[in-house]
Design a protein around this ligand. Structure first.
Ligand code: 7TS
Length: 413
């Protein structure tokens, strides 16, 4: 992180764009450190959403009237923006879904139904979110395929040699999280994809936590599929993306049947639409997709590099201070990580920590963070998790450290 980059980030100006941050919670100014669960939305996104419903609302891809055309073109503009955001080869490789969970389930149902057979192997890591575990368990049960787990070390990093040892001609898919929501670990997905491809396996990247922190370049990563949610990247809820290389998307059967995904329907047989529409049955979350366009603009106007530099600075700043608190135990100390700090205070239940911080207006998440196997790996029940975004400040961290220090003292007595 260079001071130069930081000096150019006016956090106060950024904070002004987030109405939700300017309120008191439990009599204290809100400190929102639950960004890994969902980020707050800038005014441009909120305005885009109301503008859509106030001026444009119409169904897409069907009407010939003016509003239908406007809605369609606003919706398709976001698709183009997302394809540029990911550096996809073409716009048709972007499918809109409800979010990361639906994107992964789409792949499990469609790719899984067609290409996974008895005895085939699917690799995931020990740090996956449940949404990148359960769909594969369901598929493996149905198909008689085998789910294998890449082990991680004490710091919360994939053990690369063990990953290599698990790869074989039986591996049909490697589905790996780019950034762990619980540990903050950044996985070497580019390298992992290259090694998986040597065995002919396809690679799906869960980029739910990466989208707001890291530059995403699907051509550089050379992943076959990639999933993320708009709501963790300053966009609306209920909207997400599945990117897929044209070749793989074309080879996959439809996920859901219904309107929009068809070319022709008759009782003697139905033909399907082209990608991406083949995977977009029914009326999508139009207004939210349209507003997502403004979230991408928001990110790009600041610049991912500056966002990352600021968040890295906050991470370092917080770590230095938190580690001085007696009984503080960090969970996830990877060399390469984003601004997510999972921790415990010895002798204190994370739930109690969360409640006491909330009483001071500080929002953190507590529990297993939908990563129960990871909790088992570290032999803990859960953690408290503070995750920072572009609008968080060192003053907020000072406040957090001060409260946490006094909570730790009181509860550890
Ligand atoms: N994958 C990862 C790595 C995630 O962090 C999440 C959500 C998902 C998938 C699922 O995303 P969704 O938008 O479909 O729900 N993670 C969290 C979290 O850490 N706290 O709340 C949701």
């Amino acid at each position: 992180m260079s001071n130069d980059v930081l000096a150019h980030l006016d956090v106060e100006k950024i904070r002004k764009q987030f109405p939700v941050l300017h309120q008191e919670v439990n009599g204290k100014p809100l400190i929102y450190f639950d960004n890994a669960a969902t980020s707050q939305k800038p005014k441009v996104v909120i305005d885009a959403l109301s503008n859509y419903y106030e001026r444009i609302n119409s169904n897409i891809h069907r009407g010939i009237h003016t509003l239908a055309e406007r809605a369609t073109s606003a919706f398709e503009d976001t698709r183009k923006k997302v394809s540029e955001f990911l550096n996809a080869n073409e716009v048709a490789e972007i499918i809109f879904t409800k979010g990361t969970t639906e994107s992964i389930n789409l792949v499990a149902s469609s790719f899984g139904r067609k290409f996974i057979e008895e005895g085939d192997e699917i690799l995931i890591s020990h740090m996956e979110h449940h949404s990148n575990i359960v769909p594969w368990q369901m598929l493996c049960e149905e198909k008689g395929a085998i789910l294998k787990v890449i082990p991680i070390n004490e710091k919360g990093e994939v053990i690369y040699d063990e990953y290599l040892a698990l790869l074989s001609d039986k591996t049909k898919l490697v589905s790996i999280v780019y950034v762990s929501n619980t540990l903050g670990t950044i996985n070497p997905v580019k390298e992992m994809a290259a090694d998986a491809h040597k065995f002919g396996a396809k690679v799906l990247v869960d980029a739910a936590q990466a989208a707001s922190h890291l530059n995403l370049d699907v051509q550089d990563l050379d992943c076959d599929l990639l999933a993320f949610s708009a709501h963790k990247a300053y966009g609306p809820t209920g909207t997400g993306v599945l990117y897929g290389k044209r070749e793989i998307l074309e080879s996959m059967p439809p996920y859901q049947g219904g309107g929009e995904m068809i070319k022709d329907v008759s009782f003697s047989g139905t033909t399907y639409n082209e990608i991406p529409y083949k995977f977009e049955a029914g009326t999508p979350n139009i207004g939210e997709v349209v507003a997502f366009d403004s979230a991408i603009d928001f990110i790009q106007e600041i610049g991912k590099e500056k966002i990352a530099a600021h968040e890295d600075y906050l991470l370092e700043y917080a770590n230095e201070r938190l580690n001085k608190i007696e009984g503080f135990v960090p969970v996830g100390t990877a060399e390469n990580k984003v601004s997510v700090i999972s921790f415990n205070i010895e002798g204190v239940h994370p739930f109690d920590l969360g409640m006491m911080l909330d009483a001071k207006g500080i929002a953190v998440r507590t529990g297993h963070h939908c990563t129960q196997p990871l909790m088992d790996r570290f032999e803990i029940e859960g953690t408290a998790r503070a995750s920072f975004a572009v609008y968080n400040t060192t003053q907020e961290i000072d406040q957090f450290v001060e409260y946490l220090t006094s909570i730790a003292k009181t509860l550890r007595k």
